[in-house]
Write a new protein. Structure first.
Ligand code: C2O
Ligand code: CU
Length: 478
């Protein structure tokens, strides 16, 4: 198997062998006020804040936060009910919010220059929409995302089911990695670096879980918990495991699946992806289980599941879990009349294209990299094209064959729609609805969807330095 997820130069203290016992949970629940008529459900103020990403006692880090937090507050919306978030920009540069995975009205999608004007410093914007689908989603800046998201502008959005499943706890686990200096400062010199653009993206050296260097999840023996795993990093791929426990996958990128036991690589999260699991707390009181993150080279600890000591195990008869209620997406997509589209991904280090089109002109690879920082191409076109990759009549079935002809993994994200895998070149088809598709080098994956959401929608790699380096296009639904 191709092993291209590489070095993770995280600090020694986080290596499996040397983890300190005490962990600090600096994660705070949402700052919401009850919704009143005529007021937003949430206000998200972007601003500079100082947070503890390194171990306690080490320097703090200045980040760009929502409401002082990174990740931002957990937002909770209700399926099928109007939702309103007011963005208040107190940064010294523009920003927007994209609601990743939400099948949203185009005007609320948060893409500067495509769906809205960026919100200037001091400006506000009202994001109002009614989420069709329940599940685990997230929100993040889409203005210079490779820098703003990496500086902290991201958070988890939960759309609650009308009838949520019975669990004892519902816990968000948002994994991030940061590139920090020893002083605790964000390594800003590397934002936009050509090196990161053309390789694996801007990988970090510090792992955090819910914004903490080590995050503890307190549980009681016998409980059943729902975990909402999210990768909010801009480049890093995380493979999560909970030794001695048997997580059952119940949703991928927000969309329910028939529950299945998570096998070895099943809790692999590419940037932007989410996985919901149900897990029974089967260890004894007083036990502690690491939350492990594997990169293929190193295993790190992001935190622990900490069983309350001395508490008598909860006596509860556990039924098997039947799955989440379905979202309004079809079981199958009828491919007989599909509009066929190819996306051939080329470029990057070690197998660069020879030339590509950028803003309508043809450039040799070297010149394109040097003068425009463009190192990736989709169908020979680098960067955001003027014309859409394709236009589809509303309701048309679209089938897209994506071929990764680069030496790097990518996380291809679709705006406004979920796509269903219908074929793949390696292994068996995973016929799930996803908004972000993780692809290994040399892999071809074909997805299909119904283009039922009118507007202009991006397709891009969610390794955000790759997006910046050219891996971006868009389509239009009429
Ligand atoms: Cu989560 Cu276009 O991004
Ligand atoms: Cu990529």
């Amino acid at each position: 198997m191709t092993q291209s997820r590489s070095r993770w130069n995280l600090s020694r203290r986080q290596l499996l062998s040397g983890v300190a016992a005490g962990a600090v949970a600096n994660f705070m629940p949402s700052l919401t006020a009850p919704a009143l008529a005529g007021t937003p459900d949430y206000t998200l103020k972007t601003k500079l804040s100082s947070v503890q990403l390194l171990d306690p006692g080490e320097p703090k880090t200045d980040v760009w936060s929502y409401q002082g937090l990174s990740p931002g507050p957990i937002l909770r919306a209700k399926q099928g009910e109007p939702f309103w978030v007011k963005l208040q920009n107190e940064l010294s540069e523009p920003t927007t919010i994209h609601w990743h995975g939400i099948r949203i009205d185009n005007a609320m999608d948060g893409v500067p220059d495509l769906t809205q004007a960026a919100v200037p410093p001091g400006g506000t914007f009202d994001y109002r929409y009614t989420p069709k689908d329940a599940g685990t989603y997230w929100y993040h800046s889409h203005y210079r995302g490779y820098e703003q998201v990496a500086r902290g502008l991201n958070g988890v959005l939960i759309v609650e089911e009308r009838e949520p499943p019975m669990v004892d706890q519902d816990i968000v686990l948002a994994f991030d990695d940061w590139r920090l200096k020893d002083s605790g400062e964000i390594h800003d010199e590397s934002f936009g670096s050509l090196m990161d653009r053309s390789h694996a993206g801007r990988l970090g050296n510090i792992l955090t879980l819910n914004g903490a260097p080590l995050f503890d999840v307190p549980v009681r023996s016998g409980e059943r918990v729902r975990l909402r795993l999210a990768n909010v990093a801009t480049a890093r791929v995380f493979n999560i495991s909970f030794p001695g426990h048997a997580p059952k996958i119940i949703a991928l990128d927000g969309q329910p699946v028939a529950p299945f036991d998570a096998g070895k690589e099943d809790l692999l999260l590419g940037p932007g992806q989410r996985i919901d699991v149900i897990m029974d707390m089967i260890s004894a009181p007083g036990q502690k289980t690491p939350i492990q993150v594997d990169t293929g080279r190193e295993t790190l600890i992001a935190g622990h599941i900490v069983y309350k000591a001395g508490a008598p195990p909860k006596q509860q008869v556990r039924k098997s879990f039947d799955g989440l209620p379905a979202n309004p997406l079809p079981e199958n997509v009828n491919l007989s009349q599909a509009l066929d589209v190819d996306i051939v991904m080329t470029g990057g280090a070690m197998s660069s294209f020879e030339q590509a089109v950028y803003r309508g002109k043809n450039f040799p690879a070297r010149q394109l990299a040097r003068e425009h920082g463009q190192v990736w191409a989709l169908n020979g076109v680098a960067g955001m094209p003027k014309a859409p990759l394709f236009s589809a009549a509303r309701g048309r079935v679209v089938r897209i064959k994506m071929s990764n002809k680069t030496r790097w993994p990518h996380a291809m994200h679709f705006h406004g729609h979920h796509v269903r895998e219908v074929a793949r070149s390696q292994g068996t088809v995973r016929p799930h609805w996803r908004d972000t598709v993780h692809m290994e080098p040399d892999e071809d994956i074909t997805v299909a969807f119904i283009a039922d959401n009118p507007g202009k929608w991006l397709i891009h790699c969610h390794m955000l330095a790759h997006q910046l380096g050219g891996m971006i296009t868009w389509f239009e639904v009429g």
